[in-house]
Design a protein around this ligand. Structure first.
Ligand SMILES: [Zn+2]
Length: 321
């Protein structure tokens, strides 16, 4: 008996319309995950080479759904979960999750161990960095911020509790002052501190930490701009955190008291007490340092910060030798 055939397939249509439907395997989004990273992981979990083809199945049939609705449908995750986890989606529904107050647009890999625990199965997860102060996974004691080469290698800092404590300190400052106030001020303090560090005035502590975290490859020459930079930044982090706290404390005094402190050089004395110098600097360095500290405290005290930033940068660069 002949099988009854259905209607013949229409071959003249230039496309096969496909409707979006939930993918067989879902993936939970990671906190602060980048949209691209989530899409890639969702595609990989379903063994699809490219997310774009799932998202826009047809070039001719335009989908009336927005990015968030499409992702809800494909992933099967709730709207609330997606909105809270992925900052880039928040503008679609600020009622549920308000957009971030401070955005760096910088991304890095999430802590690999946190990723494994969240079920990443070894797939890299990229997250948005909260600010330049966001460097360490406290739970797993890992330095996460990348360097110029091999940016994804994470450093085990369990042998240096100072670095973990520094992250706890800056997190506390961030919570107390608010991210949009704290993050740009930390960035400024970090730049100034690295300039002080570059002159080799206060190095003992950071060198000792560096020795404990950096294991050079004996077969390679030391590369100043390679992975070492990342270790140096990690080793500097405890001092940078304390320096930021010091400057913030100074800047919170009333304007009149600050003016007196600047005139009498009290800030500089307090600074030397908090950060003892390894050696007496050259005679021109002390006035430079004193002016740098005064300008930095005033810049940090000013709100908004941006107008003062340029001035401080100019001062900072013009005296660089
Ligand atoms: Zn972790």
């Amino acid at each position: 008996m002949r099988r009854q055939r259905g209607p013949a397939a229409v071959k003249s249509l230039p496309f096969t319309p496909i409707l979006l439907r939930p993918l067989p395997h879902t993936v939970a989004p990671f906190p602060n995950e980048k949209l691209d990273s989530y899409r890639r992981r969702l595609a990989a979990a379903n063994q699809l080479p490219d997310y774009r083809n799932i998202r826009i199945p047809s070039r001719w049939l335009l989908s009336p759904l927005d990015e968030l609705e499409r992702l809800e449908l494909l992933s099967g995750q709730s709207r609330r979960t997606l909105l809270w986890a992925i900052p880039e989606l928040r503008h679609y529904d600020p009622e549920i999750a308000p957009p971030l107050k401070y955005s760096t647009n910088l991304n890095r890999r999430a802590c690999d161990r946190c990723g494994w625990q969240a079920g990443s199965a070894g797939q890299p997860i990229y997250v948005e960095v909260r600010g330049l102060h966001d460097n360490v996974c406290i739970r797993h004691r890992r330095w996460l911020t990348g360097g110029k080469t091999d940016p994804y290698e994470q450093i085990d800092v369990s042998a240096t509790p100072e670095i973990v404590r520094a992250q706890i300190l800056v997190n506390r400052l961030e919570r107390r002052l608010g991210i949009s106030f704290f993050a740009p001020r930390y960035r400024l303090c970090e730049r100034v501190w690295s300039e002080i560090d570059r002159r080799g005035l206060i190095r003992t502590e950071r060198d000792a930490i560096f020795q404990r975290i950096y294991r050079p490859d004996p077969n390679k020459l030391l590369d100043r701009f390679g992975p070492v930079q990342r270790f140096e930044r990690a080793a500097r982090f405890p001092q940078t955190a304390r320096f930021t706290q010091f400057i913030l404390t100074q800047s919170r005094q009333p304007k009149e008291e600050r003016a007196v402190a600047h005139l009498t050089g009290v800030i500089h004395l307090d600074f030397e007490r908090a950060f003892p110098m390894d050696r007496r600097p050259r005679s021109i360095t002390i006035p430079w340092l004193r002016k740098l500290l005064v300008d930095l405290v005033e810049a940090v005290a000013t709100d908004p910060l941006e107008s003062r930033l340029r001035e401080t940068n100019r001062l900072w660069l013009s005296h660089s030798t």
